[in-house]
Design a protein around this ligand. Structure first.
Ligand code: AMP
Ligand code: GLY
Length: 431
């Protein structure tokens, strides 16, 4: 650490992921003050939140300059795709995240798939289409199940796993003819359907060296036993036992290192957090998607397990010195239960008063806010996913019990949450 130099940090975003980022950054002895834009009422308890439009690069730059920000951390994908890292870097401001061209690894599925094909990175077979009729002919030839993906950013809704040809054709119509996702759907990727257990690996990278964090598993379906529609994520846990040391080494060798090397070869080195969504097929791990950011809710279980200074790691990524940086993880497990509003992921209620957050925190849980608003001294629901309740403990089973005990303290009208988070890991534990 450099003498008494303390830093002002800015975190961009407003969800559970950003709450978890702010909590971990707050532990750093290098931090003077943390700002978050726009933040949320949970973050406001530990950082200064300000209403800035995060899709306006000039407004963000202005904020960073007037508040003497030493390090900016970008949560969501849209500012990255808007080139916020380029804008800050040109002004000599330190910012953690990939440049606009590197963020294409998430912002264009066609870019990511072409990259993987060119550099032999294992992923589902695919074809890219800009014309609906040709896409439909291809689907008819391939048959079902088949996966249809909008090329661009679609707020996590651009993937249709079609079990029948009719569903796949309807997905093409929705994306390419009805333009439900705007220009994000003018190009589609049609992908081979893969079978296997999924895992998420977030990794720090400075563009050359890549260091994976503990592996996590998300729960995308709304109901227990993975039933019902897909959501933004109903809970997560880490470490994911499916990612054994041998699998982890294979993922480094076949996916993560080749991907950062490929980005250098393509002239767009990738710096920041690279999110790998993978599926364990009988042919080994294959990439489902890359994201250019921390995952949500995965970050809510991964960062509480980090035993090193996050500011030091982020600076090493920016300075290109990650190879010389030690990253330590706690020998523990973390479980996050997402508490959602009645109706979510469909239309949901808002404005319900939430009680019991402090009681849950007294149980030793982190209560990360995702969709809340403060009104008359109370927390009130505002989003589909309202809270992420995370507990850490020695093992998964203990962390699960602790997280559900904390969840039991929290109440709001219509709330629902999955009762089986981490079930796969617990079954493996007992096996
Ligand atoms: P994404 O929005 O890219 O995270 O995809 C949502 C979900 O769709 C993933 O978590 C997988 O469960 C599923 N999925 C995406 N691509 C495939 C594929 N090629 N085969 C099977 N399932 C897939
Ligand atoms: N948990 C999935 C994502 O962050 O995209």
């Amino acid at each position: 650490m450099k003498g008494a130099y303390l830093m002002n940090i800015l975190v961009i975003g407003s969800g559970g992921r950003e709450h978890a980022l702010v909590s971990k950054l707050k532990e750093s002895i290098q931090v003077k003050k943390i700002y978050c834009v726009p933040g949320n009422p949970g973050i406001a308890k530990i950082a200064e939140c300000n209403a800035v439009d995060i899709n306006d690069n000039n407004a963000l730059l202005d904020f960073a300059l007037t508040h003497n920000i030493d390090l900016t951390v970008v949560g969501p994908e849209v500012p990255l795709a808007n080139g916020i890292v380029n804008v800050f870097s040109e002004k000599g401001l330190k910012i953690f995240g990939p440049t606009q061209s590197a963020a294409r690894i998430e912002g264009s599925k066609a870019f990511a798939k072409d990259l993987m094909a060119k550099y032999n990175i294992p992923t589902a077979g695919f074809a890219v289409f800009t014309d609906a009729e040709t896409a439909k002919q291809y689907i008819a030839q391939q048959g079902a199940p088949v996966v249809v993906k909008a090329d661009g950013l679609a707020a996590g809704k651009g993937v249709v796993v079609a079990m029948t040809v009719a569903e796949a054709l309807a997905a093409v119509d929705m994306m390419m003819c009805d333009n439900v996702f705007g220009s994000a759907g003018s190009q589609v990727v049609i992908e081979e359907f893969l079978v296997g257990e999924e895992a998420s690996i977030l990794a720090f990278t400075d563009g050359k060296t890549i260091m994976p964090m503990v592996a996590a598993q998300d729960h995308k379906r709304v109901y227990d036993n993975d039933q019902g529609p897909n959501t933004g994520g109903m809970g997560a846990y880490a470490p994911a036992p499916i990612i054994t040391p041998a699998v982890s080494a294979q993922v480094m060798r076949e996916i993560l290192q080749p991907t950062v090397d490929a980005m250098v070869s393509e002239g767009c080195p990738y710096c920041g957090c690279l999110y790998l969504g993978l599926i364990m097929t009988t042919d080994g791990p294959k990439v489902i998607e890359f994201n250019a950011r921390f995952g949500d809710p995965e970050t809510q279980v991964v960062l509480p397990l980090l035993d090193s200074d996050l500011v030091t790691i982020m600076e090493a990524c920016i300075n290109g010195t990650l190879a010389e940086t030690q990253i330590k993880w706690k020998d523990a497990a973390a479980v996050c239960i997402v508490m959602a509003s009645g109706g979510y992921p469909g239309t949901y209620n808002t404005g319900d008063v939430i009680s019991g957050i402090e009681d849950a925190e007294k149980q030793g849980a982190y209560v990360f806010h995702a969709g809340t608003v403060a009104a008359h001294g109370q927390f009130v629901t505002k989003g589909g996913r309202v809270l992420g309740v995370t507990a850490t403990d020695m093992g998964i089973k203990q962390a699960v019990d602790k997280a559900y005990q904390a969840v039991g303290k929290i109440k709001f009208n219509g709330m629902h949450y999955r009762k089986d988070i981490a079930h796969r890991a617990i079954r493996k534990d007992l096996a």
